[in-house]
Structure formats: structure tokens, C-alpha cells
Design a protein around this ligand. Sequence first.
Ligand code: URA
Length: 256
Amino acid sequence: MHGIARVLSKLGVASRTVAADFIASGRVSLNGRVSRDPEEPADARRDRIELDGRPVTGAAPVYLAMHKPAGLLTTAHDPQGRPTVYGLLPLDLASWVFPVGRLDGPTSGLLLFTNDAAAGDALTNPDIGVPKTYELKVKRKVTAEEIEALQKGVELEDGTLTRPAQCRVLPSAPGSTWLELTIREGKNRQVRRMGLAIGHEVVKLHRTRVGPVELGELPVGKCRPLTPAEIRAIKAIGRVSAQRAKRKDRPGATPS
Ligand code: URA
């Protein structure tokens, strides 16, 4: 038997962290009684689990792309009551989906949402290295050596090294530089920290692509369902991730 937060995540309702938030805020009941403990043992086959009074029975998979405006937080609930991306989700889906990774408050662009925990995990798993593309603005000219450093990998302020990335200069007005950067990992505030590592403060940051999904012309603040081709591509990434996890679990497997 697993904790109720894990059970909700396995059923595809939300990631474990978001499920724990739901539980902490009293939205989840187990056999008719509100559960406040994410570790409370539950069994999806035997127990009656409800979220906001609705039975949880393995929700149909949902995949959404959002054009996040700068200024919203990527969290379900902000203790200080600041606006969050959940306010932009269709009301009937807002309880059921969770963000795939996160964008900082000041960052705009593509943010994916799903209730498919396996797909969400695969898209953010650093071992899989799904590419994410950003456009970033810095205040000065960026030299060829600095671009090369970003591509090869830079040392962040905490001593960690970034993996090889792709980087090119975009058309920019005089006095500033726009770069396009594609990374295959997702350390906290990674792009801003990579900028600082080469001596540039990132003053604007916008995500244009996550794996097979492009932001395209989606208007700011709007959501769209992913296309069948995008969903197939995401599920294929999920399968690769599951196969790798299985291989790692085998006795004698060497840790990566
Ligand atoms: N890197 C950052 O610094 N911020 C984001 O929001 C995403 C990537």
C-alpha cells in the first residue's frame, strides 16, 4: 500500500507534490473522511478516494499548452495570494492537471500541463534530456567566446556544470542581444544562472519549445489542447523513460 499522494499521482490526477498540496488544503477525502496526510496509506482498488467531492478513478489523459504571461507564478496555491497560472486554465480542468516543470514568475512562454504523471515525469527527467528552447535578452553584446562557453557548458555559482547546449544570436536592436538557447536539463533558474555565469544578467526570458511542442502563435494567456501528433511524440518519450527506468532497476545495472 502507498501513501495517498502517491496513489493520486499514479492515477494521473496530479504530480505527487501537487497532490500533497491538494491533501494539505483539505480537498481530498478517503472513504468519506478528509485526509490531511499525504502518506496516509490508500489503495486505489479498494478505497473510495475523492477530490473536491468527485470520485477519482483514473482521469482521462489531458495535455495542454499554455502561453504563460510574465508575472504569474507556476504553482497551484500561493500563500501570499499572488496570481498563478492556474487562473488561466479552463475551469473544468484546473483541478486535474499539473504543470510539466515550471517557469519563473518573470519568464513567459510555453508551459505544458497534463494529468499524465508518467509523461510529465519523462518530459522533466534529466536522464532523458528533452530539449527546451528559450529566447533571452541581455543588455550588452555577447562575444563569440561567451556563446561557445554556453554551448560547451558553464560552471554555475554553486559549482555545478551545465551540459552542452545549442546557442545562437538572434536579430537584436543595438545596445542589447537576444539569444536562442536550447538546453536538455532543467536546473532551478538555469538559463538566468547560465547568463550570469558568462557575466550577463538575463533581462527577458521566454520559452518557445518543449520537446515536440512549439509555442507558435498561441496568444499570451491562452491554452490549447496538444495535437494528436504532439501527444504521440510525448507518449513515445514516456516509453523510452519507462524502459530506461526498468533497465536501471535490473540487478547488476550500473548507476548512471
Ligand atoms: N530558466 C530560468 O532561469 N527560468 C525559467 O523560468 C526557465 C528556465
